[in-house]
Design a protein around this ligand. Structure first.
Ligand SMILES: [Ca+2]
Ligand SMILES: [Ca+2]
Ligand SMILES: [Ca+2]
Length: 387
């Protein structure tokens, strides 16, 4: 869900898969008219494997405006109508839509699947990882792949360019799910990954990958920790598959918690505070919530906004960037709930200086240090910025 046509009202992306018969019923874009009526976009129809609303290219702190889709399977054998549709919407190809001059149009279409990456992406996530403030992407497709942005170039879909692939932390481990988040609140995004142990299908192991301080160029990620997950062994059905994972701070202590869903019997597991030992027991953080104003053509949750927090540790100044890509869903193909509170981890040495918010319509506002300092370290009372 996002405001695809920039009128302040949240619209809906219907993420259909191909039907088993010859009836072509692709996913639609449904515009919210504000009168409890949703109007489908006549020019849009896609089978969706994964979708994300974000920024596929652009400068530092750019707000979102692109609907990025990896198409779902499209089999021509299902009948003549499906065959006709599938020729223009090939399985696992990528397409990017933008709303330009009153209509949603494809600004990029890979036509065919990207060479060398024929696997369906299981999920996709965007964060500014390498310090240039331009969104980078984490894609889960067989393994964890990171695509670092190059300013001025299209980073997604992943058709080459610099990237980092994160290996399994040992032999005989099958990747189940992974999520990118700053789990230890030190200001750098970590990767939490769950692997199934091939020889013991009911056993799982967790690995956390982090960026060591001072790392200046890819490859950034090194394994910080590997732990068995003993609590799962008795509960998990043999040979089950992990379907999805989400990181949301359920107990409001600032540290993201992990929930994942299994294929056969959907189940939730709650691993409280699964963050690495940072040597910093009580890191500071700033949680921010945006409130748009539909009457001023800015959607209620500020989806599409970009936030940059200037911080200073006394020696160097940095400015980590986050985007609001969804309110609670919309990140992956199977759910993928996401915390609606945007959290900036500050470790134990970073002092916030200023917060810049770029709203979906491009308007930039600054929040002063005084206001920030009055709203620190609380998930229950986050810094709430109204448009
Ligand atoms: Ca809208
Ligand atoms: Ca971190
Ligand atoms: Ca927590």
């Amino acid at each position: 869900m996002a405001d695809f046509n920039n009128d302040g009202l949240l619209d809906v992306l219907e993420a259909n898969e191909q039907r088993e018969d010859d009836r072509v019923a692709p996913g639609r874009l449904l515009y919210n008219t504000g009168r409890r009526v949703f109007r489908p976009d006549p020019s849009f129809g896609e089978y969706v494997n994964v979708a994300m609303y974000g920024k596929d290219q652009g400068g530092r702190g750019a707000h979102a405006g692109s609907l990025i889709i990896q198409r779902g399977p499209c089999e021509e054998e299902k009948g003549p109508q499906q065959a006709d549709f599938c020729r223009g919407h090939r399985s696992l190809s990528w397409v990017i839509y933008q709303f330009v001059s009153r209509a949603m149009g494809a600004v990029y279409d890979s036509i065919d699947p990207i060479d060398g990456d024929p696997l369906p992406a299981r999920n996709i996530q965007a964060e500014a990882l390498n310090g240039d403030g331009v969104m980078d992407f984490r894609v889960l497709a067989g393994s964890i792949k990171i695509y670092y942005s190059s300013p001025g170039r299209r980073t997604l879909p992943p058709n080459g360019g610099p990237f980092e692939e994160i290996p399994a932390p040992g032999e005989g481990l099958e990747l189940g799910a992974a999520v990118l988040q700053d789990f230890d609140l030190d200001g750098r995004a970590d990767i939490f990954a769950l692997y199934r142990i091939d020889t013991h299908p009911q056993s799982y192991t967790v690995a956390i990958f982090s960026v060591p301080p001072g790392a200046a160029a890819p490859s950034f990620y090194t394994r910080l920790r590997r732990d068995p997950v003993p609590s799962l062994a008795a509960d998990v059905h043999r040979n089950t598959k992990i379907k999805d994972i989400a990181a949301v701070d359920y107990d409001n202590d600032g540290f993201a918690d992990i929930v994942f869903v299994l294929l056969e019997r959907p189940r939730l597991f709650h691993l409280t505070n699964a963050h690495p030992q940072s040597g910093c027991p009580r890191p500071a953080f700033l949680a921010v919530v945006l409130e748009g104003d539909p009457a001023k053509q800015v959607n209620r949750y500020g989806i599409g906004s970009s936030l940059a927090l200037a911080v200073d540790d006394g020696r160097t100044a940095r400015s980590p960037v986050r985007t609001v890509s969804s309110y609670s869903h919309g990140l992956t193909n199977r759910g993928g709930a996401r915390d609606h509170r945007i959290v900036f981890g500050l470790g134990d040495g970073d002092a916030p200086v200023r917060l810049s918010i770029t709203w979906p319509n491009g308007r930039v506002v600054q929040v002063s240090q005084e206001v920030i300092l009055g709203n620190m370290n609380s998930m229950q009372a986050p810094l709430t910025i109204k448009y």
